[in-house]
Write a protein that binds this ligand. Structure first.
Ligand code: GDP
Length: 687
């Protein structure tokens, strides 16, 4: 692909609710730019952006695709993002490198939850936003309904540039409100003509909405408008462009991605007023303790951020880059500021879906890719030697849903861990951890789909078949009373025998007190040197588990008596005696099961507060309090048993339609009610 200067770059993320038509629109844009002859179909798995087996199987995007297109002398970097809440990290990362966001909204379904979530994120990032009302050819499509909800949800600044001509089956084109012309798409290229007579009244009404949407960007213009002065087209266009660039005016276009209606006009608008990287604020760069701003200067030192990593079947690992400043040319040598390692960016290229197009030069603000960068991970900054700076990316959503993961075949543990660590390096919204208490390897992410896709990808690449299972809860046991027992270990197998006897008393300690071992042996009935062995036996028995099979904690063990033999006693025999005595004493004292309890904070839209509180109660949660969160939300704090939170991320999402988020961290262990303990763990008899 040709080298494009920064002024000729337009990087735009297509975002919105799943199924609104982002992938189809990306395909239509590719078709319209001449990059592909015939648009593929999502249903057939033939689009250029959904090319992963995981995507074909699901019929929706699971990973952001970059489509570098060329259009009227400009380079259009289109980012097709997945729309489900589970894969929000993908969209957030794309918004972090885009210079504008196009919200694809279905004319049938209107503004949906993910549209709102993403809008808020884009607004927080100050990103220019536009709306493409798609699927106007579908049954039950209504532009008026969608426009009303856009204005209601996103407020002043929503500026409809177009009106559909006809709807549903009869949707044939759009009216351009600024130029007062009709553009129709019969077969072949679009044709321009006068606005149909029967649309005059409607055009008038929506034109007012357009002017109102634009003048909000300019106080002076707004004042004059309120005084009755109507700005001319030139003034409107100028204010529109400025308003889009500073994120206050949101143009709305309409069309149909499957029929290619309005798609060329979206591309044209992006080219005309979609900001170039040079119109955007400088990047914030951390240089040690200092924070500096770096503008995208094509002549500056090369500074690159890795915003995504993908694995390609043929070339291996591909790092997707954003050129923050400078220009990237083949064989540039930079240093990864996280690892300090030198990396040679041998042959930068750009991507059109999975197709790699060589790039002679990538100018400041551009997106590109480089293969095989060794240990370079997503989020890393590559900078010239001697300038260890870091360009932070957007705050990614934290992993909230965990599952256990284990290899199906034995002996694959090491391979699995290596593959998991590679996955996490590629996708920072995943996390891997081993729970030493339950022995489970946990993979955490944003939701079930996210984890299922990650597991499939892992298996496909590493060849390790894996099973996902529910998270095991780290229950513990503590003794319920005081009891004493003797442990006697005796073996006479001819020659040297084994002999050790220890009497132990167990008693409960305060929660969190751990383990105490007290020596009250008198008269040397157990020789000094064997007491540590008794303690070791106790510790092993504690770890192996009490009557319910869980590790025993918060217990004082006192060694009160014992017996030894001058020849047959050994460390081994006292260790065994300690274990036996402990088990017997614990059995007599009986145990209570302790369960981990998490401190949970849920931020929820005010209207759903009651539902969330009720649900927390039904999870044996104890609400500790509420506090105001971001505007329109409340934060509920509660203590909830971890066992009740295993699927909380999934359940909360469906309970609130995605209008709540939460964090949970381990707080303490608490007694599990006896009726619940009865159904847990292994029965005492199996000991
Ligand atoms: P995404 O999840 O936002 O990427 O949505 P897709 O592009 O995968 O589209 C979801 C479904 O809607 C697919 O079956 C598309 O064929 C269909 N679709 C997308 N755009 C249009 C459109 O403009 N008109 C009609 N009738 N269907 C569309």
């Amino acid at each position: 692909m040709d080298a494009y200067p920064s002024t000729a770059l337009r990087t735009v993320a297509l975002v919105g609710h799943g199924g609104a038509g982002k992938t189809t629109l990306a395909e239509a844009l590719a078709h319209c730019s001449g990059a592909i002859g015939r648009p593929g179909r999502v249903e057939d798995g033939t689009t250029i952006s959904d090319a992963d087996p995981e995507e074909h199987q699901r019929g929706c995007s699971v990973s952001t695709a970059l489509l570098a297109l060329e259009w009227r002398g400009l380079k259009l970097n289109v980012l097709d993002t997945p729309g489900t809440a589970d894969l929000l990290g993908e969209a957030v990362a794309a918004l972090g490198v885009a210079d504008a966001a196009v919200f694809v909204v279905s004319a049938v379904d209107g503004v949906e939850v993910q549209t709102e979530v993403l809008w808020r994120l884009a607004a927080e990032a100050g990103l220019p936003r536009m709306v493409f009302v798609n699927k106007l050819d579908r049954e039950r499509a209504s532009f008026t309904r969608v426009l009303d909800s856009l204005r209601e949800v996103f407020g002043a600044g929503v500026a409809p540039l177009e009106l559909p001509i006809g709807e549903e089956q009869r949707f044939v084109g759009v009216v351009d409100l600024l130029s007062d012309t009709a553009i129709t798409y019969a077969d072949g290229p679009p044709t321009t003509g006068p606005v149909p007579d029967d649309m005059a009244t409607r055009e008038h009404a929506v034109h007012d909405a357009l002017v109102e949407g634009i003048v909000v960007a300019d106080d002076d213009l707004m004042e004059r408008y309120l005084d009755g002065e109507v700005p001319d087209v030139e003034q409107l266009e100028k204010t529109l462009a400025a308003g889009v660039a500073d994120g206050t005016v949101f143009p709305v276009l309409c069309g149909s991605a499957t029929r290619g209606i309005g798609v060329d006009r979206l591309a044209a608008l992006l080219c005309e007023i979609g900001p170039s990287p040079l119109d955007r604020p400088p990047a914030v760069v951390h240089a040690g303790d200092r924070v500096v701003e770096v503008a995208p200067d094509p002549h500056g030192a090369p500074l690159v951020r890795v915003w995504k990593t993908v694995a390609d079947r043929h070339v291996g690992r591909i790092s997707l880059l954003k050129v923050v400043s400078g220009s990237l040319e083949p064989d540039t040598v930079l240093v990864d500021s996280r690892t300090g390692a030198e990396v040679r960016l041998h042959a930068p290229f750009t991507l059109r879906g999975h197709t790699q197009l060589p790039a002679a030069r990538l100018a400041a603000g551009d997106l590109g890719a480089v293969a095989k960068l060794g240990d370079v991970a997503t989020g890393d900054t590559l900078a010239p030697k001697g300038t260890p700076v870091r360009v932070p990316g957007p705050a990614l959503p934290a992993p909230v849903h965990a599952v256990g993961i284990r290899p199906r075949g034995s002996g694959d543990d090491d391979k699995l861990m290596t593959a998991l660590h590679r996955l996490v390096e590629e996708d920072p919204t995943l996390a891997v951890r081993r729970d030493d208490e339950t022995g489970q390897t946990l993979l955490a992410g944003l939701g079930e789909t996210h984890l299922a896709v990650a597991a499939e990808r892992l298996s496909r690449r590493s060849g390790v078949a894996v099973d996902l299972e529910e998270v095991r809860i780290a229950y513990r046991e503590t003794v319920a009373g005081v009891a004493e027992a003797e442990g006697r270990y005796k073996k006479q197998t001819g020659g040297h025998g084994q002999f050790g006897v220890a009497t132990l008393r167990v008693e409960p300690l305060e929660p969190g007190a751990g383990f105490q071992f007290v020596d009250q042996v008198v008269g040397g009935v157990i020789p000094r040197q064997y007491l540590p062995a008794v303690q070791k036996g106790v510790e092993e028995a504690m770890a192996a588990g009490g009557p319910h099979g869980f590790p025993v904690v918060d217990v004082r063990v006192t060694c009160t008596d014992g017996k030894s033999h001058p020849v047959d006693s050994s460390e081994m025999s006292f260790k065994m005696a300690g274990s036996l005595a402990f088990r017997e004493a614990v059995e007599r004292a009986a145990t209570a099961v302790l369960e981990p309890v998490s401190a949970v904070e849920v931020e929820v839209a005010d209207g759903l507060l009651g539902d969330v509180m009720g649900d927390l109660n039904s999870r044996r949660g104890r609400v500790q309090g509420t506090a105001p969160g971001r505007p329109g939300t409340t934060v509920v704090s509660a203590l909830v048993p971890a066992a009740e939170l295993v699927r909380y991320a999934v359940d909360l999402r469906s309970l609130t339609g995605g209008r709540a988020t939460f964090t949970a961290r381990h707080d303490h262990h608490d007694r599990l009610p006896a009726h619940l303990a009865a159904s847990l763990g292994r029965p005492a008899a199996s000991h």
